[in-house]
Ligand binder design. Structure first.
Ligand SMILES: Cc1cc2nc3c(=O)[nH]c(=O)nc-3n(C[C@H](O)[C@H](O)[C@H](O)COP(=O)(O)O)c2cc1C
Length: 210
């Protein structure tokens, strides 16, 4: 079974990105994935303290809720990450998680000595974001952060679902097609990962036979 982690990065419980991610989670589950939901605002997670305790065994030495996430992130096939744009990047909750995942970067590049620059990862990530303004560069900062964060997880930024001009809580509900697009993206992520898993010559079964 395809394993997905869904990270809710907004401080708003019922905010725009949370609503979109709820729909992506529903799509992923309908496609047969096991989805673990992580609501960052409910966790106790210190920012990275840059002490590099992770250099010994590739594990963060700070004892808090990151420990379970670090372990989970090594077992998942895909990730769905949702964060609003705060000052042209991800929310503080999301950035704290990203920085703590530097333990996985250290494991990958310093301990396991994997080469830099790999591109075609089997693991895939979906990024969902919204911002209130409409500028061309609104998502540029966040997309760079997310791309390299996912690389630390041995993962390709597979698709981004981005909405401009969304500010108030619940506004996304008035954006035609947005929830459907999130549902379809969650579903497509799982289908893509399942296709990776399927040996050549083993076509997908029609939905009613799975
Ligand atoms: C601290 C803070 C910083 C923000 N920075 C930006 C920004 O740089 N650009 C932008 O377009 N919107 C910005 N916004 C607006 C949010 O991105 C917007 O309200 C969004 O819909 C919130 O999504 P959520 O409901 O998922 O939390 C900011 C909001 C807050 C609270």
């Amino acid at each position: 079974m395809i394993k997905i982690a869904a990270v809710f990065g907004s401080p708003r419980r019922k905010g725009n990105t949370s609503t979109l991610l709820d729909h992506a989670v529903a799509g992923a589950r309908d496609a047969g994935a096991r989805v673990t939901e992580i609501v960052l605002r409910d966790l106790k997670m210190s920012p990275c303290l840059e002490i590099y305790g992770c250099k010994k065994a590739g594990r963060c030495v700070i004892k808090d809720d990151y420990g379970n996430i670090e372990e989970l992130f090594q077992r998942i096939d895909g990730l769905m990450l949702a964060s609003p744009i705060f000052f042209y990047t991800v929310s503080a909750h999301t950035k704290i998680l990203m920085d703590r995942c530097n333990s996985l970067w250290v494991k990958k590049y310093w301990i396991d000595e994997q080469p830099f620059g790999r591109k075609n990862y089997p693991r895939k990530g979906l990024f969902i974001s919204v911002g209130s303004t409409k500028g061309k560069k609104l998502f540029d900062g966040a997309l760079l952060s997310v791309k390299y964060f996912m690389d630390a997880l041995d993962m390709e930024l597979w698709q981004s679902l981005l909405f401009r001009g969304i500010e108030t809580e619940g506004q996304i509900l008035e954006t035609p097609g947005s929830l459907e697009a999130a549902y379809e993206a969650g579903k497509a992520l799982v289908e893509t990962l399942a296709d990776n898993d399927r040996p050549a010559g083993d076509p997908a079964l029609p939905g009613n036979l799975q």
